[in-house]
Design a binder for this molecule. Structure first.
Ligand code: MV4
Length: 447
């Protein structure tokens, strides 16, 4: 196994990766910005190096400096966490060229899923269902109108380079499409440097269900069931659970097998996630693949008993999985909530000095923390300060346990979304498993 690795990230995920490294006897090198000198991940790592000023462009995205530290410290591999450099082909390539293993898939596999249009084409070829629509860039607005009429309104106009809902719009008529086209294309160009646009049928009131896969470099690939992530606000996930309350065993297997086909078709190795939209008729459609570990990976760990970071390390080192699909168990039900430093009324970020931080302590609770009792939350990074994960024997028990845990969560000095989390867990629609992507807008914000 690797003797020493660098973690090119911060916050709870850096701490999470270091924890598994400690259990495996792997030495860890942390990097930090000027704003993070006293951050938990710096204290946990064996060594820590300053990379630059608080802004991510000058620190956590400073590839030259990060690779320099790799050389100086003699690490054999880099764990990128999520976000930041985790899906950056340029970084993965430069690491490999420097003889350092990138703990992730090949550069080609990251690239294959980087473009929405290209990945749709690849998934169609691999017999993975995609939303009805086109798999080529539109020439112009007029071709958009023509395609929309062939597909039938409502449609969704999307940017091939898109993400986080940017460059994307629902259109109900020729008129709306014409109005939306130019602006969305401009935003796509501005945000992603790619102005290619395409059109899909609009899937109404969908659920966001994603399948976790693990694949080794020999091509052994398994699926680790699914996560239901429909409770979102402005494309920020808020509550996730595994398994999905909407799937039955048959659909679960069908989606799992489609996810494995998706991964195999691009020669994928590493942990990865295939995102699907599921409509009310239980049709499912490929949306995109995340070629990294995700924020919500703990709920999959809770129901399978696997340590996904340990599996990533083994795979990157060249080991084979050593188990097959039949060995993967699905035990109980897990829920994760994300604690954000934000104003519960305006949803704006709420940075500041934490004066009290008490996470709940029960044997059914797992806390993943980015802060301590005296931390300062700065405006430079994602406002997620913690994740709270519970497990129960079934969904009802998991919900009851999450409610109990949230009762015992106390944060002072900054504002958090904890009141909103309590509200979601107590809501009849949530308890009934009526979790669609419009849940927050429909049940929580409309008051
Ligand atoms: C869709 C859709 C409905 N129909 N595509 C939002 C983020 C981006 N990655 C894809 N998204 C959507 N694509 C079609 N053809 C609805 C959404 C969507 C959504 C998807 C997953 C989770 C939350 C969402 C919230 C609003 C819209």
């Amino acid at each position: 196994m690797f003797r020493k690795i660098l973690i090119a990230n911060r916050g709870e995920i850096a701490c999470r990766v270091i924890r598994t490294c400690k259990l495996q006897g792997i030495q860890t090198v942390a990097i930090y910005s000027e704003a993070d000198a006293e951050a938990p991940h710096v204290q946990m790592a064996d060594e820590a190096f300053l990379v630059g000023e608080p802004q991510v462009a000058k620190s956590y995205l400073n590839v030259d400096r990060i690779l320099e530290i790799c050389k100086e410290t003699g690490v054999e591999a880099i764990h990128p966490g999520y976000g930041l450099l985790s899906e950056n082909t340029g970084f993965a390539k430069r690491a490999e060229e420097a003889g350092i293993t990138f703990i992730g898939p090949s550069v080609e596999a990251i690239a294959a899923m980087g473009s929405k249009i290209e990945s749709r084409k690849a998934m169609e070829a691999a017999n993975v269902p995609v939303v009805p629509g086109i798999t080529r860039p539109l020439a112009d607005e007029e071709e958009g109108v023509q395609v929309a009429n062939e597909i039938g309104y409502p449609v969704m106009l999307k940017a091939s380079g898109g993400g986080g809902g940017i460059g994307m719009q629902v259109c109900n008529s020729d008129d709306e499409l014409r109005k939306a086209y130019g602006g969305n294309q401009n935003r796509a160009k501005q945000f992603f440097g790619d102005d290619a646009m395409y059109i899909e049928k609009f899937v109404e009131e969908p659920r966001h269900v994603e399948v976790q896969v693990l694949a080794d470099k020999a091509g052994n690939t398994v699926y680790l069931w699914e996560r239901e992530c429909s409770i979102q606000r402005r494309h920020q996930k808020v509550v996730e659970e595994a398994p999905s309350p909407f799937l039955d065993a048959e659909l679960r297997q069908k989606m799992g097998e489609a996810a494995v086909r998706a991964a195999k078709s691009i020669g994928y190795s590493n942990a990865g996630t295939i995102e699907f939209l599921v409509d009310k008729h239980r049709n499912f459609y490929f949306l995109e693949m995340n070629t990294r570990l995700q924020v919500e990976h703990p709920i999959t760990e809770e129901i399978t008993g696997l340590d996904l970071v340990a599996e990533q390390l083994r795979i990157a080192f060249g080991e084979e999985l050593g188990y097959t699909q039949d060995d993967i168990k699905l035990d109980g039900h897990a829920i994760e909530v994300r604690v954000y430093a934000e104003d519960p009324k305006t949803f704006f970020p709420s940075p500041g000095q934490i004066t009290r931080f008490e996470a709940p302590q029960f044997d059914f609770v797992r806390n993943e923390l980015a802060v301590g009792p005296n931390s300062k939350v700065t405006p430079f990074y994602d406002p997620m300060i913690a994740k709270l994960i519970v497990k129960g024997k079934d969904r009802d028990e998991a919900i009851a346990r999450m409610q109990q845990a949230l009762e015992h969560y106390h944060v002072e000095g900054i504002k958090t979304n904890i009141p909103m989390l309590r509200e979601v867990l107590a809501h009849d629609a949530f308890r009934a498993g009526d979790t669609t992507t419009d849940f927050v807008a429909k049940h929580i914000q409309k008051k």
